[in-house]
Design a protein around this ligand. Structure first.
Ligand code: SAH
Length: 441
Protein backbone atom coordinates (compact mmCIF):
# COMPACT_ATOMS: atom_id res chain seq x y z
CA UNK A 1 0.00 0.00 0.00
CA UNK A 2 2.44 2.61 1.17
CA UNK A 3 4.74 1.69 -1.71
CA UNK A 4 1.94 2.28 -4.21
CA UNK A 5 1.13 5.70 -2.83
CA UNK A 6 4.69 6.86 -2.79
CA UNK A 7 6.20 5.61 -5.98
CA UNK A 8 3.53 4.55 -8.46
CA UNK A 9 1.37 7.63 -8.27
CA UNK A 10 4.26 10.02 -8.22
CA UNK A 11 3.99 9.97 -12.01
CA UNK A 12 0.51 11.42 -12.05
CA UNK A 13 0.04 15.17 -12.39
CA UNK A 14 -2.74 17.55 -11.45
CA UNK A 15 -5.89 17.31 -13.60
CA UNK A 16 -8.04 20.42 -14.12
CA UNK A 17 -11.33 20.53 -12.16
CA UNK A 18 -14.05 23.25 -12.16
CA UNK A 19 -14.51 25.93 -9.50
CA UNK A 20 -15.80 24.67 -6.13
CA UNK A 21 -19.20 26.01 -5.02
CA UNK A 22 -19.66 26.51 -1.29
CA UNK A 23 -22.59 24.14 -0.87
CA UNK A 24 -22.70 20.37 -1.21
CA UNK A 25 -25.52 17.88 -0.91
CA UNK A 26 -24.55 16.43 2.45
CA UNK A 27 -25.34 19.70 4.14
CA UNK A 28 -28.14 19.16 6.65
CA UNK A 29 -31.44 20.84 6.04
CA UNK A 30 -34.91 20.44 7.47
CA UNK A 31 -37.14 20.42 4.43
CA UNK A 32 -40.11 22.32 3.27
CA UNK A 33 -40.21 25.62 5.14
CA UNK A 34 -38.94 28.17 2.67
CA UNK A 35 -41.36 30.31 0.70
CA UNK A 36 -40.77 29.78 -3.01
CA UNK A 37 -42.44 30.16 -6.36
CA UNK A 38 -44.27 27.10 -7.56
CA UNK A 39 -44.01 26.79 -11.33
CA UNK A 40 -46.22 24.06 -12.78
CA UNK A 41 -43.61 21.69 -14.20
CA UNK A 42 -44.51 18.70 -16.41
CA UNK A 43 -43.63 16.50 -13.41
CA UNK A 44 -46.00 18.43 -11.13
CA UNK A 45 -48.79 18.03 -13.69
CA UNK A 46 -48.05 14.29 -13.90
CA UNK A 47 -48.09 13.92 -10.09
CA UNK A 48 -51.32 15.88 -9.67
CA UNK A 49 -52.97 13.67 -12.27
CA UNK A 50 -51.64 10.55 -10.55
CA UNK A 51 -52.78 11.65 -7.06
CA UNK A 52 -56.20 12.69 -8.38
CA UNK A 53 -56.73 9.28 -9.94
CA UNK A 54 -55.26 6.95 -7.28
CA UNK A 55 -54.89 9.01 -4.09
CA UNK A 56 -51.93 10.39 -2.11
CA UNK A 57 -48.54 8.76 -2.73
CA UNK A 58 -45.77 7.75 -0.31
CA UNK A 59 -42.64 9.92 -0.13
CA UNK A 60 -40.76 6.92 -1.62
CA UNK A 61 -43.06 6.89 -4.65
CA UNK A 62 -42.75 10.67 -4.93
CA UNK A 63 -38.92 10.46 -4.91
CA UNK A 64 -38.90 7.62 -7.40
CA UNK A 65 -41.22 9.41 -9.83
CA UNK A 66 -39.45 12.76 -9.52
CA UNK A 67 -35.92 11.37 -9.89
CA UNK A 68 -36.12 8.40 -12.22
CA UNK A 69 -39.45 8.43 -14.09
CA UNK A 70 -38.28 7.24 -17.55
CA UNK A 71 -40.06 10.10 -19.36
CA UNK A 72 -39.63 13.13 -17.08
CA UNK A 73 -37.33 12.12 -14.19
CA UNK A 74 -34.80 14.64 -12.88
CA UNK A 75 -31.88 12.22 -13.38
CA UNK A 76 -32.94 10.93 -16.76
CA UNK A 77 -32.27 13.80 -19.14
CA UNK A 78 -29.99 16.32 -17.49
CA UNK A 79 -26.46 16.85 -16.25
CA UNK A 80 -26.93 18.16 -12.74
CA UNK A 81 -23.38 17.77 -11.49
CA UNK A 82 -20.65 20.36 -11.14
CA UNK A 83 -20.33 24.11 -11.06
CA UNK A 84 -23.13 24.79 -13.57
CA UNK A 85 -25.45 22.10 -12.20
CA UNK A 86 -27.29 21.64 -8.92
CA UNK A 87 -24.67 20.05 -6.67
CA UNK A 88 -21.04 19.03 -6.52
CA UNK A 89 -19.51 15.74 -5.40
CA UNK A 90 -16.04 14.79 -4.11
CA UNK A 91 -14.68 13.34 -7.38
CA UNK A 92 -15.74 16.52 -9.18
CA UNK A 93 -13.86 18.56 -6.56
CA UNK A 94 -10.50 16.79 -6.51
CA UNK A 95 -8.74 14.12 -8.55
CA UNK A 96 -7.08 12.88 -5.35
CA UNK A 97 -10.40 11.44 -4.18
CA UNK A 98 -10.68 8.95 -7.06
CA UNK A 99 -6.97 8.19 -7.03
CA UNK A 100 -7.10 7.10 -3.39
CA UNK A 101 -10.19 4.97 -4.08
CA UNK A 102 -8.29 3.35 -6.96
CA UNK A 103 -5.50 2.50 -4.52
CA UNK A 104 -8.09 1.06 -2.12
CA UNK A 105 -9.35 -1.39 -4.78
CA UNK A 106 -5.83 -2.43 -5.73
CA UNK A 107 -5.02 -2.90 -2.08
CA UNK A 108 -8.04 -5.22 -1.65
CA UNK A 109 -7.17 -7.06 -4.85
CA UNK A 110 -3.64 -7.66 -3.57
CA UNK A 111 -4.81 -8.61 -0.08
CA UNK A 112 -7.10 -11.29 -1.47
CA UNK A 113 -4.59 -13.04 -3.64
CA UNK A 114 -4.30 -11.00 -6.89
CA UNK A 115 -6.93 -12.81 -8.93
CA UNK A 116 -6.26 -12.99 -12.66
CA UNK A 117 -9.42 -10.99 -13.48
CA UNK A 118 -11.88 -8.64 -11.82
CA UNK A 119 -14.87 -6.49 -12.65
CA UNK A 120 -15.02 -2.90 -11.42
CA UNK A 121 -18.72 -2.12 -10.96
CA UNK A 122 -19.91 1.40 -10.19
CA UNK A 123 -23.49 2.21 -9.13
CA UNK A 124 -24.59 5.70 -10.21
CA UNK A 125 -21.36 6.90 -11.88
CA UNK A 126 -22.48 10.53 -12.43
CA UNK A 127 -20.21 12.11 -15.06
CA UNK A 128 -17.78 9.15 -15.01
CA UNK A 129 -15.15 11.31 -13.31
CA UNK A 130 -14.60 8.96 -10.37
CA UNK A 131 -14.18 5.80 -12.43
CA UNK A 132 -11.96 7.79 -14.84
CA UNK A 133 -9.64 8.78 -11.97
CA UNK A 134 -9.60 5.18 -10.71
CA UNK A 135 -8.72 3.83 -14.17
CA UNK A 136 -5.89 6.36 -14.48
CA UNK A 137 -4.41 4.88 -11.29
CA UNK A 138 -4.83 1.37 -12.73
CA UNK A 139 -2.94 2.47 -15.85
CA UNK A 140 -0.15 4.07 -13.83
CA UNK A 141 0.16 0.89 -11.79
CA UNK A 142 0.14 -1.25 -14.91
CA UNK A 143 3.19 -3.18 -13.74
CA UNK A 144 1.26 -4.36 -10.67
CA UNK A 145 -1.92 -5.19 -12.62
CA UNK A 146 -0.28 -6.42 -15.83
CA UNK A 147 -1.55 -9.99 -15.68
CA UNK A 148 -5.04 -9.04 -14.58
CA UNK A 149 -8.04 -8.80 -16.95
CA UNK A 150 -10.14 -5.84 -15.85
CA UNK A 151 -13.60 -4.90 -17.11
CA UNK A 152 -15.76 -1.94 -16.12
CA UNK A 153 -19.53 -2.19 -15.50
CA UNK A 154 -21.61 0.93 -14.93
CA UNK A 155 -25.13 0.81 -13.46
CA UNK A 156 -26.86 4.00 -14.60
CA UNK A 157 -30.50 4.90 -15.19
CA UNK A 158 -29.80 8.27 -16.75
CA UNK A 159 -29.56 8.39 -20.52
CA UNK A 160 -27.95 11.82 -20.42
CA UNK A 161 -25.35 10.87 -17.80
CA UNK A 162 -24.50 7.60 -19.55
CA UNK A 163 -23.66 9.64 -22.67
CA UNK A 164 -21.43 11.94 -20.59
CA UNK A 165 -19.78 8.91 -18.96
CA UNK A 166 -19.04 7.50 -22.43
CA UNK A 167 -17.47 10.83 -23.45
CA UNK A 168 -15.33 10.86 -20.29
CA UNK A 169 -14.18 7.27 -20.55
CA UNK A 170 -14.00 6.28 -24.21
CA UNK A 171 -12.37 7.60 -27.40
CA UNK A 172 -14.83 9.36 -29.68
CA UNK A 173 -13.39 7.65 -32.73
CA UNK A 174 -14.16 4.16 -31.43
CA UNK A 175 -17.95 3.73 -31.82
CA UNK A 176 -20.08 2.46 -28.98
CA UNK A 177 -22.43 -0.49 -29.42
CA UNK A 178 -25.98 0.52 -28.43
CA UNK A 179 -29.04 -1.60 -27.82
CA UNK A 180 -31.75 0.25 -25.90
CA UNK A 181 -33.85 -2.91 -25.51
CA UNK A 182 -31.07 -5.00 -23.98
CA UNK A 183 -30.10 -5.14 -20.26
CA UNK A 184 -26.61 -4.12 -21.48
CA UNK A 185 -27.75 -0.96 -23.23
CA UNK A 186 -24.32 0.32 -24.23
CA UNK A 187 -20.84 -1.17 -24.67
CA UNK A 188 -17.47 0.28 -25.50
CA UNK A 189 -13.77 0.31 -24.72
CA UNK A 190 -12.11 2.83 -22.38
CA UNK A 191 -9.23 5.07 -23.43
CA UNK A 192 -6.87 2.59 -21.77
CA UNK A 193 -8.41 -0.36 -23.66
CA UNK A 194 -10.64 -1.81 -20.92
CA UNK A 195 -14.10 -3.11 -21.93
CA UNK A 196 -16.91 -1.02 -20.42
CA UNK A 197 -20.65 -1.88 -20.33
CA UNK A 198 -23.74 0.01 -19.14
CA UNK A 199 -26.78 -1.47 -17.33
CA UNK A 200 -29.89 -0.02 -15.71
CA UNK A 201 -29.96 -2.58 -12.93
CA UNK A 202 -27.31 -4.25 -10.77
CA UNK A 203 -29.10 -7.60 -11.30
CA UNK A 204 -27.96 -7.54 -14.94
CA UNK A 205 -24.24 -7.15 -14.20
CA UNK A 206 -22.54 -10.55 -14.66
CA UNK A 207 -21.86 -12.36 -11.41
CA UNK A 208 -18.13 -12.76 -11.00
CA UNK A 209 -15.22 -11.61 -8.87
CA UNK A 210 -16.00 -7.89 -8.56
CA UNK A 211 -15.18 -4.69 -6.75
CA UNK A 212 -18.28 -2.55 -6.29
CA UNK A 213 -18.35 1.19 -5.75
CA UNK A 214 -21.28 3.41 -4.75
CA UNK A 215 -20.47 7.07 -4.17
CA UNK A 216 -23.44 9.36 -3.45
CA UNK A 217 -25.71 6.66 -4.85
CA UNK A 218 -27.63 5.33 -1.83
CA UNK A 219 -28.77 8.84 -0.84
CA UNK A 220 -30.91 9.18 -3.99
CA UNK A 221 -32.81 5.92 -3.41
CA UNK A 222 -36.44 6.46 -2.35
CA UNK A 223 -37.21 6.65 1.38
CA UNK A 224 -40.46 6.10 3.24
CA UNK A 225 -40.98 8.62 6.04
CA UNK A 226 -42.78 7.86 9.31
CA UNK A 227 -43.99 10.00 12.20
CA UNK A 228 -44.69 8.59 15.66
CA UNK A 229 -48.23 9.49 16.81
CA UNK A 230 -50.31 8.48 19.87
CA UNK A 231 -51.91 5.87 17.57
CA UNK A 232 -48.52 4.42 16.54
CA UNK A 233 -46.32 4.98 13.47
CA UNK A 234 -48.03 6.84 10.63
CA UNK A 235 -46.49 7.16 7.18
CA UNK A 236 -46.02 10.59 5.55
CA UNK A 237 -47.73 10.88 2.15
CA UNK A 238 -47.72 13.53 -0.57
CA UNK A 239 -51.16 14.94 -1.42
CA UNK A 240 -52.65 17.90 -3.32
CA UNK A 241 -53.11 21.00 -1.16
CA UNK A 242 -56.90 21.68 -1.11
CA UNK A 243 -56.29 25.38 -0.30
CA UNK A 244 -53.89 26.27 -3.15
CA UNK A 245 -54.24 25.10 -6.73
CA UNK A 246 -51.33 23.13 -8.24
CA UNK A 247 -49.59 22.79 -4.89
CA UNK A 248 -48.51 19.66 -3.05
CA UNK A 249 -48.38 19.13 0.70
CA UNK A 250 -47.41 16.42 3.20
CA UNK A 251 -50.16 14.52 5.02
CA UNK A 252 -50.13 11.62 7.50
CA UNK A 253 -51.76 8.31 6.60
CA UNK A 254 -54.88 7.68 8.72
CA UNK A 255 -53.83 4.08 9.48
CA UNK A 256 -50.79 1.77 9.41
CA UNK A 257 -49.04 1.13 6.05
CA UNK A 258 -46.93 -1.87 4.92
CA UNK A 259 -43.52 -0.10 4.94
CA UNK A 260 -43.86 0.18 8.75
CA UNK A 261 -42.36 -3.34 8.75
CA UNK A 262 -38.97 -1.71 8.04
CA UNK A 263 -38.95 0.20 11.35
CA UNK A 264 -37.03 -1.48 14.19
CA UNK A 265 -39.17 -2.69 17.12
CA UNK A 266 -36.99 -0.83 19.65
CA UNK A 267 -36.92 2.44 17.64
CA UNK A 268 -36.72 5.47 19.97
CA UNK A 269 -36.86 8.36 17.46
CA UNK A 270 -40.20 10.01 16.74
CA UNK A 271 -39.54 10.46 13.02
CA UNK A 272 -37.72 7.92 10.83
CA UNK A 273 -36.83 7.37 7.18
CA UNK A 274 -36.51 3.83 5.82
CA UNK A 275 -35.10 2.84 2.45
CA UNK A 276 -36.13 -0.68 1.34
CA UNK A 277 -34.36 -0.27 -2.04
CA UNK A 278 -31.05 0.23 -0.21
CA UNK A 279 -31.69 -3.03 1.64
CA UNK A 280 -32.37 -4.91 -1.62
CA UNK A 281 -29.14 -3.61 -3.16
CA UNK A 282 -27.03 -4.38 -0.08
CA UNK A 283 -28.45 -7.91 0.01
CA UNK A 284 -27.60 -8.39 -3.65
CA UNK A 285 -24.06 -7.07 -3.16
CA UNK A 286 -23.59 -9.22 -0.06
CA UNK A 287 -24.76 -12.38 -1.80
CA UNK A 288 -22.47 -11.71 -4.75
CA UNK A 289 -19.43 -10.99 -2.56
CA UNK A 290 -20.09 -14.05 -0.39
CA UNK A 291 -20.36 -16.19 -3.54
CA UNK A 292 -17.50 -14.93 -5.69
CA UNK A 293 -15.31 -12.70 -3.48
CA UNK A 294 -14.37 -9.08 -4.01
CA UNK A 295 -15.55 -6.10 -1.97
CA UNK A 296 -17.94 -3.15 -2.00
CA UNK A 297 -17.01 0.38 -1.02
CA UNK A 298 -19.92 2.70 -0.17
CA UNK A 299 -19.32 6.39 0.44
CA UNK A 300 -22.12 8.78 1.26
CA UNK A 301 -23.42 11.23 3.80
CA UNK A 302 -25.40 9.59 6.49
CA UNK A 303 -25.76 8.47 10.07
CA UNK A 304 -25.79 5.33 12.16
CA UNK A 305 -29.53 5.16 12.85
CA UNK A 306 -29.72 8.47 14.71
CA UNK A 307 -31.09 11.19 12.41
CA UNK A 308 -34.74 11.97 11.77
CA UNK A 309 -35.93 14.31 8.98
CA UNK A 310 -33.15 14.48 6.38
CA UNK A 311 -35.19 14.58 3.15
CA UNK A 312 -34.10 17.66 1.17
CA UNK A 313 -33.79 19.19 -2.28
CA UNK A 314 -31.00 20.96 -4.17
CA UNK A 315 -31.21 23.24 -7.16
CA UNK A 316 -28.43 25.48 -8.50
CA UNK A 317 -26.29 24.78 -5.40
CA UNK A 318 -29.09 26.05 -3.14
CA UNK A 319 -31.42 24.21 -0.80
CA UNK A 320 -34.79 23.75 -2.43
CA UNK A 321 -38.25 22.96 -1.06
CA UNK A 322 -38.77 19.28 -1.92
CA UNK A 323 -42.40 19.78 -2.99
CA UNK A 324 -41.85 22.82 -5.22
CA UNK A 325 -41.33 22.49 -9.00
CA UNK A 326 -40.69 18.72 -8.84
CA UNK A 327 -38.37 17.44 -11.56
CA UNK A 328 -36.20 20.57 -11.51
CA UNK A 329 -34.26 19.80 -8.31
CA UNK A 330 -32.33 16.90 -6.85
CA UNK A 331 -33.98 15.05 -3.95
CA UNK A 332 -31.93 13.20 -1.38
CA UNK A 333 -31.99 11.71 2.13
CA UNK A 334 -29.16 10.73 4.48
CA UNK A 335 -28.08 7.08 4.32
CA UNK A 336 -28.76 4.99 7.44
CA UNK A 337 -25.58 2.91 7.70
CA UNK A 338 -26.96 0.90 10.63
CA UNK A 339 -29.61 -0.42 8.21
CA UNK A 340 -27.01 -1.26 5.54
CA UNK A 341 -24.98 -3.14 8.16
CA UNK A 342 -28.07 -5.11 9.29
CA UNK A 343 -28.87 -6.08 5.71
CA UNK A 344 -25.33 -7.42 5.17
CA UNK A 345 -25.20 -9.33 8.45
CA UNK A 346 -24.75 -13.07 8.22
CA UNK A 347 -23.66 -12.95 4.58
CA UNK A 348 -20.53 -10.77 4.58
CA UNK A 349 -18.51 -8.73 7.04
CA UNK A 350 -18.79 -4.95 7.12
CA UNK A 351 -16.38 -2.25 8.27
CA UNK A 352 -17.27 1.36 8.98
CA UNK A 353 -18.90 3.76 8.69
CA UNK A 354 -15.91 5.99 9.31
CA UNK A 355 -15.63 9.68 8.51
CA UNK A 356 -14.34 10.71 5.09
CA UNK A 357 -11.67 12.78 6.84
CA UNK A 358 -10.28 9.70 8.62
CA UNK A 359 -10.59 7.38 5.62
CA UNK A 360 -8.73 9.71 3.26
CA UNK A 361 -6.09 10.47 5.90
CA UNK A 362 -5.54 6.73 6.37
CA UNK A 363 -5.28 6.33 2.60
CA UNK A 364 -2.43 8.83 2.46
CA UNK A 365 -4.14 12.00 1.17
CA UNK A 366 -1.49 14.24 2.72
CA UNK A 367 1.34 12.49 0.91
CA UNK A 368 -0.57 12.58 -2.37
CA UNK A 369 -1.37 16.28 -2.01
CA UNK A 370 2.30 17.04 -1.37
CA UNK A 371 3.37 15.11 -4.47
CA UNK A 372 0.91 17.06 -6.64
CA UNK A 373 1.84 20.41 -5.09
CA UNK A 374 5.55 19.70 -5.59
CA UNK A 375 4.87 18.90 -9.24
CA UNK A 376 2.83 21.96 -10.16
CA UNK A 377 4.26 25.44 -10.59
CA UNK A 378 0.97 26.98 -11.69
CA UNK A 379 -0.42 29.06 -8.76
CA UNK A 380 -4.06 28.52 -9.85
CA UNK A 381 -3.58 24.73 -9.91
CA UNK A 382 -1.91 24.77 -6.50
CA UNK A 383 -4.73 26.89 -5.11
CA UNK A 384 -7.32 24.53 -6.54
CA UNK A 385 -5.57 21.51 -5.04
CA UNK A 386 -5.51 23.17 -1.62
CA UNK A 387 -9.16 24.30 -1.85
CA UNK A 388 -10.21 20.80 -2.95
CA UNK A 389 -8.31 19.25 -0.03
CA UNK A 390 -10.02 21.63 2.39
CA UNK A 391 -13.47 20.84 1.01
CA UNK A 392 -12.92 17.06 1.24
CA UNK A 393 -11.18 17.04 4.62
CA UNK A 394 -12.40 19.97 6.70
CA UNK A 395 -14.67 18.53 9.45
CA UNK A 396 -17.03 21.48 8.95
CA UNK A 397 -17.30 20.74 5.21
CA UNK A 398 -17.32 17.23 3.73
CA UNK A 399 -14.78 15.72 6.17
CA UNK A 400 -17.29 14.70 8.83
CA UNK A 401 -20.60 14.53 6.98
CA UNK A 402 -19.42 11.87 4.54
CA UNK A 403 -18.72 8.31 5.59
CA UNK A 404 -17.01 5.23 4.17
CA UNK A 405 -18.40 1.77 4.67
CA UNK A 406 -17.21 -1.53 3.13
CA UNK A 407 -18.52 -5.05 2.62
CA UNK A 408 -15.97 -7.86 2.51
CA UNK A 409 -16.12 -11.66 2.47
CA UNK A 410 -15.90 -13.09 5.99
CA UNK A 411 -12.67 -14.89 5.18
CA UNK A 412 -11.03 -11.57 4.34
CA UNK A 413 -11.24 -10.55 7.98
CA UNK A 414 -10.78 -13.95 9.54
CA UNK A 415 -7.11 -14.35 8.70
CA UNK A 416 -7.37 -16.17 5.39
CA UNK A 417 -4.09 -17.40 3.97
CA UNK A 418 -3.41 -14.32 1.87
CA UNK A 419 -3.73 -11.60 4.43
CA UNK A 420 -2.33 -12.70 7.74
CA UNK A 421 0.66 -14.49 9.05
CA UNK A 422 1.24 -15.82 12.53
CA UNK A 423 2.93 -12.65 13.74
CA UNK A 424 0.05 -10.36 12.78
CA UNK A 425 -2.51 -10.13 15.54
CA UNK A 426 -4.18 -6.75 14.98
CA UNK A 427 -7.98 -6.46 15.08
CA UNK A 428 -9.94 -6.92 11.87
CA UNK A 429 -10.33 -3.35 10.64
CA UNK A 430 -6.58 -2.87 10.77
CA UNK A 431 -6.35 -5.33 7.88
CA UNK A 432 -8.37 -3.10 5.58
CA UNK A 433 -6.80 -0.02 4.04
CA UNK A 434 -8.51 3.26 4.86
CA UNK A 435 -10.28 1.85 7.91
CA UNK A 436 -7.08 1.96 9.93
CA UNK A 437 -3.91 4.03 9.75
CA UNK A 438 -1.42 3.22 7.02
CA UNK A 439 1.71 1.51 8.28
CA UNK A 440 4.68 3.14 6.51
CA UNK A 441 7.21 0.39 6.09
N1 SAH B 1 -21.32 8.91 -8.12
C1 SAH B 1 -21.37 10.18 -8.81
C2 SAH B 1 -22.81 10.68 -9.06
C3 SAH B 1 -23.72 10.81 -7.86
S1 SAH B 1 -25.35 11.39 -8.33
C4 SAH B 1 -20.53 11.22 -8.10
O1 SAH B 1 -20.24 11.03 -6.94
O2 SAH B 1 -20.18 12.21 -8.71
C5 SAH B 1 -26.31 9.89 -8.40
C6 SAH B 1 -26.05 9.00 -9.59
O3 SAH B 1 -26.88 7.85 -9.47
C7 SAH B 1 -26.36 9.59 -10.94
O4 SAH B 1 -25.45 9.06 -11.88
C8 SAH B 1 -27.78 9.07 -11.22
O5 SAH B 1 -28.16 9.11 -12.56
C9 SAH B 1 -27.66 7.67 -10.68
N2 SAH B 1 -28.90 7.03 -10.26
C10 SAH B 1 -29.92 7.56 -9.56
N3 SAH B 1 -30.85 6.63 -9.29
C11 SAH B 1 -30.40 5.47 -9.81
C12 SAH B 1 -30.91 4.13 -9.86
N4 SAH B 1 -32.06 3.81 -9.31
N5 SAH B 1 -30.16 3.19 -10.48
C13 SAH B 1 -28.96 3.50 -11.06
N6 SAH B 1 -28.44 4.76 -11.05
C14 SAH B 1 -29.15 5.72 -10.44
Amino acid sequence: MSVLVRSGLGLLCAVARGAIPSIWRGKYFSSGNEPAENPVTPMLRHLIYKIKSTGPITVAEYMKEVLTNPAKGYYVYRDMLGEKGDFITSPEISQIFGELLGIWFISEWMATGKSTAFQLVELGPGRGTLVGDILRVFTQLGSVLKNCDISVHLVEVSQKLSEIQALTLTEEKVPLERNAGSPVYMKGVTKSGIPVSWYRDLQDVPKGYSFYLAHEFFDVLPVHKFQKTPQGWREVFVDIDPQVSDKLRFVLAPSATPAEAFIQHDETRDHVEVCPDAGVIIEELSERIALTGGAALVADYGHDGTRTDTFRGFCGHKLHDVLIAPGTADLTADVDFSYLRRMAQGKVASVGPIKQHTFLKNMGIDVRLKVLLDKSNEPSVRQQLLQGYDMLMNPKKMGERFNFFALLPHQRLQGGRHQRNARQSKPFASLVAGFSELAWQ
